[in-house]
Design a protein around this ligand. Structure first.
Ligand SMILES: [Zn+2]
Ligand SMILES: [Zn+2]
Length: 818
């Protein structure tokens, strides 16, 4: 008997290439192929619908689609949390479209209606196209958003039975004028919430309040819809879905869709000779490394998408890649197949190169013989639809081989089935990363994904701890539905829609007992009027205008272009201090602007579009007073708390760092007022005896705690799915409120955003990762990849990397599972 051969390496990466870069590769994960698991169409699915799916080439659904569809059809709220491109839309289409088709025989053609919500207009439009193309008799599907013309709106309200929209429209328009939607709402059978992992932080809290308002108004018309949610894979999808809707939700996580084998490479740029702040070594920039990789892959005829965080970064990567390829193409360029320097080409047989599609007719032959450097492009938000389609098509058919893009491509744009994806810097959440990786791999073909670390402690941790990426996710979709700052304006909006009553705050009430106190405060302050039959909104303004779903309110600063006077956007005051101060390099939709002046009195920042060769980083100093403790745990002698905190902070200056190298080229002071913030924090204290045990001298306690704090802020996104900029912190050798060495990490929003709370709940995983991130950086005394922070107001001093590891070791020694 012959022994079975070992599975083939994905063709995109020959072993020689891996050897060549061994010094940068921290880990290679071979993710095996997964066979599909099919199920039968449930009997109750409308025959017309089955026909339509068959025509689309779907002969049988996957198991997870049927599992979710069955639950929803039986009246249970369900969240499908499976991989990218696993066909989550079929899961909700089965019950939702069946009910619509069955209801179509009603007198008005609307025996049942469906409301579909997506976080972006673009995604709602994609879904609309896809639903329409099913050509179902009796389905009247419409996308309804801010751009929908008035006459169309009234038709939709009276006739559509499947409406696709977003939470903003629900909040500003549908709910406040629910009377004109009454016939739609009366028959509401299903609410579909797509990409529900996008609802996190303060935005998540807002959307959860909007959904509670929706449930209340649906009930007014006698409807009790079933919620079907679709999520990226995350920790505890059912818990997040329950928080979002306030309803019990069952999770379906067993993915039955097929997947080709993939190779995932975790890549860390090397340290260079350059010197940064406080003598720290500087890593080679993520953009330079990404350009090298992209050029390598293009030479190998590998169709590759590189995701870069900013448009400027994407354009830099594309330009650098073209420059590298110019050397490869050389003067004697003679078409594809050239083996660039540094490759021996052995064993390489790039997918998509020998493929029949390339020999087929119907392509412009010469395009494939263009110099390689012409087969690389940058793609960004703001392209016209036809430019977008042309680029997508060229990438699909192989005329383009390498595209550097901002995350604009992440949602709702049609590029799949590439050979490789490079992610330049951790994109913030696991969901985004998986979504990016999902672009590679065609019909069971092998694919390659490379994650290139930025100089950030979370990136350092991830590339050296692959378990965090490939085993059970620890990152949850986090928000706090009870934040009084968020809930208050929604209670006012709810009262304007229909008076609030005691029932809303009872055990079965949509708002729950915790928010009753907020209603009483609002009544006292004169926002609501109490009458025998409830609380009423009696003011003239529109209550729904008081909540801004995508911001935190409180006097937004307008950013205005100096030449045109055009308002580019608005930004909260707090964010303006650090991102739109005078002299800031402000990035708007990928374009860079120089902020000429931030005028706080007029609430305006003037900006000029400019191609800057540097980025700016605000420096902030802060002081934190600790308030009421909400929850507490003891790890032997270490106390961990979650509670209220009063943070006062001041942006005192900013650094300029050269792009792409990241070297510091200057620092300027700023004169901005101190701001105070009532928020929530997680903190821990380390008694003297433990510090002695850790052999940390009194003089070094400050540096140890400071380094631990920076890294802890950097690593909280690992468990809380937040951005490093959503949180802040403070550390001190002796805090007046605890009388001990204390490390504090707080939410950056009034009333908190749920991030600090999540850190408290999973403190052990979080602090263990913090410790390991510091230890796994090979620098000697601290650098931006471990303990230095770009926003430190103390110039990253003092920082004691080695003592921070010892400090976290003694803290973790007392943890429950230690
Ligand atoms: Zn380091
Ligand atoms: Zn600091």
């Amino acid at each position: 008997m012959q022994s079975s051969p070992s599975p083939p390496e994905p063709a995109a990466i020959p072993p020689a290439w891996l050897q060549l870069h061994a010094d940068r590769i921290r880990h290679i994960e071979h993710v095996p192929a997964r066979a599909q698991q099919l199920a039968d169409w449930p009997e109750w699915v409308h025959p017309t619908l089955v026909q339509a799916f068959l025509q689309r080439g779907i002969s049988r659904p996957y198991t997870h689609q049927v599992q979710a569809a069955e639950l929803a059809h039986a009246g249970q709220h369900v969240v499908v949390a499976t991989g990218t491109a696993s066909g989550k839309s079929l899961a909700y289409s089965m019950p939702a479209l069946t009910s619509v088709l069955e209801g179509a025989s009603a007198a008005n053609g609307r025996g049942a209606t469906v409301l579909y919500l997506s976080p972006t207009k673009a995604l709602a439009h994609d879904q609309w196209q896809s639903m329409r193309s099913l050509n179902l008799d009796g389905l009247r599907v419409s996308a309804y958003d801010g751009d929908t013309p008035d006459d169309e709106r009234s038709w939709i309200r009276s006739h559509a039975n499947f409406v696709l929209t977003n939470p903003d429209l629900l909040h500003h328009s549908l709910l406040p004028s629910h009377q004109v939607w009454s016939s739609f709402l009366r028959h509401l059978h299903y609410v579909v919430i797509d990409e529900c992992h996008a609802y996190r932080g303060v935005f998540g809290a807002h959307v959860s309040a909007v959904l509670r308002r929706l449930r209340r108004i649906a009930a007014l018309y006698g409807a009790n819809p079933v919620f079907i949610l679709a999520s990226a894979t995350a920790a505890d999808p059912a818990v997040s879905a329950e928080r979002l809707t306030g309803l019990p939700v069952t999770a379906v996580t067993d993915d039955g869709s097929p997947r080709g084998p993939s190779t995932v490479v975790l890549w860390e740029p090397p340290l260079t000779e350059l010197v940064g702040e406080a003598g720290a070594p500087v890593r080679r920039s993520v953009l330079s490394e990404t350009a090298d990789l992209l050029a390598d892959l293009v030479v190998r005829q590998t169709r590759t998408l590189a995701f870069v965080r900013s448009r400027r970064g994407a354009e830099t990567v594309a330009a650098m890649t073209r420059e590298l390829l110019r050397e490869v193409d050389g003067p004697g360029f003679d078409g594809p197949g050239f083996d660039g320097p540094g490759f021996d080409g052995t064993g390489f047989d790039g997918p998509g190169f020998d493929g029949p599609s390339f020999n087929g007719t119907g392509f412009e032959g010469p395009s494939f013989n263009r110099p390689l450097l012409d087969r690389v492009a940058a793609y960004r938000a703001g392209f016209l639809p036809e430019e977008r389609r042309a680029l997508e098509e060229q990438l699909r058919d192989g005329r383009l081989l390498g595209v550097a893009t901002t995350s604009a491509l992440e949602l709702g744009i049609d590029v799949h089935g590439l050979d490789a994806v490079i992610t330049a810097g951790w994109p913030g959440t696991r969901a985004s990363w998986l979504q990016q990786m999902g672009r590679a791999g065609r019909q069971g073909e092998p694919s390659l994904a490379v994650l290139v670390a930025r100089d950030d402690p979370l990136d350092t941790y991830l590339v050296s701890h692959p378990g965090a990426l490939f085993s059970t996710p620890v990152e949850a979709t986090v928000f706090d539905p009870a934040n009084p700052h968020v809930v208050a304006p929604h209670l006012l909006a709810a009262a304007a829609e229909l008076q609030l009553t005691d029932a809303d705050f009872g055990t079965d009430g949509v708002f729950g007992s915790a928010t009753r106190g907020v209603v009483e405060q609002l009544t006292e302050a004169g926002w609501l009027r109490r009458r025998p039959n409830g609380w009423f909104w009696t003011r003239n303004e529109r209550a729904s205008d008081l909540a801004d779903l995508r911001g935190i309110g409180g006097g937004p600063i307008r950013i205005v272009e100096d030449v045109t006077g055009r308002v580019l956007g608005t930004i909260d005051v707090g964010a303006a201090h650090s991102a739109a101060h005078t002299g800031a390099a402000y990035v708007h939709q990928g374009d860079t602007y120089l902020i000429l002046e931030l005028n706080l009195e007029e609430s305006v920042a003037t900006a000029r579009r400019e191609s800057l060769t540097y980025s700016t980083h605000a420096r902030e100093i802060s002081d934190t007073r600790l308030g009421t403790v909400i929850a507490h745990q003891s790890w032997r002698d270490v106390d961990l708390m979650f509670g209220e905190a009063e943070v006062s902070s001041q942006v005192v200056g900013f650094l300029r760092r050269r792009i792409p190298q990241g070297t510091v080229i200057g620092e300027s002071p700023l004169d901005l007022p101190t701001r105070t913030l009532s928020t929530r924090a997680v903190w821990f204290t380390i008694p003297k005896a433990l510090l002695e045990l850790a052999e940390i001298d009194e003089a070094d306690v400050g540096g140890a705690a400071h380094a631990a704090e920076h890294a802890a802020i950097g690593l909280l996104p690992l468990v809380a799915g937040c951005d490093r900029w959503d949180i802040g912190g403070l550390s001190t050798a002796l805090h007046p409120d605890t009388g001990m060495a204390t490390v504090i990490v707080h939410d950056g929003y009034p009333g908190g955003a749920g991030f600090a709370e999540r850190g408290f709940e999973v403190a052990q995983s979080w602090l263990r990762a913090t410790r390991d991130a510091i230890a796994s950086c090979e620098c000697r005394a601290g650098c931006p990849s471990c303990v230095q922070s770009p926003k430190c107001g103390n110039g990253n001093e003092p920082l004691d990397k080695a003592a921070a590891i010892r400090l976290l070791d003694v803290v973790l020694a007392g943890a429950p599972d230690a």
